[in-house]
Design a protein around this ligand. Structure first.
Ligand SMILES: [Zn+2]
Length: 102
């Protein structure tokens, strides 16, 4: 856990912060509640993202799938082809250099 006063980490069972010396007994329930709420917010954010994706798929499927195809298919395939092209250029260059040697 992190001390709310000095932001240093402290032992979960400590009664007083070892760095700033403040009493942690009163703020510990608030810290625990805050951690619970943060976890809940993160879970709700994930659910919101999923719901937005579902709405996007339902309302504009062509746009949704076009974007996803571009991101997950076209971009990786383009990078793969570029890597193969550069590898091929390197091989051709290396062979032409070797062919020029006596
Ligand atoms: Zn402290």
């Amino acid at each position: 856990m992190e001390c709310p006063f000095c932001l240093e980490d402290f032992n979960e069972e400590a009664l007083v912060c070892k760095d700033c010396g403040r009493d942690l007994r009163l703020v510990r329930p608030l810290i625990n509640e805050n951690l619970t709420l943060v976890a809940l917010i993160e879970e709700l954010q994930i659910q919101i993202d999923r719901a937005r994706a579902a709405v996007d798929r339902a309302t504009a499927p062509i746009t949704y799938w076009s974007i996803h195809i571009a991101i997950y298919l076209i971009a990786p395939i383009s990078l793969l082809l570029a890597a193969h092209f550069l590898s091929l250029l390197s091989l051709i260059y290396h062979r032409s250099i070797c062919a020029l040697r006596p």
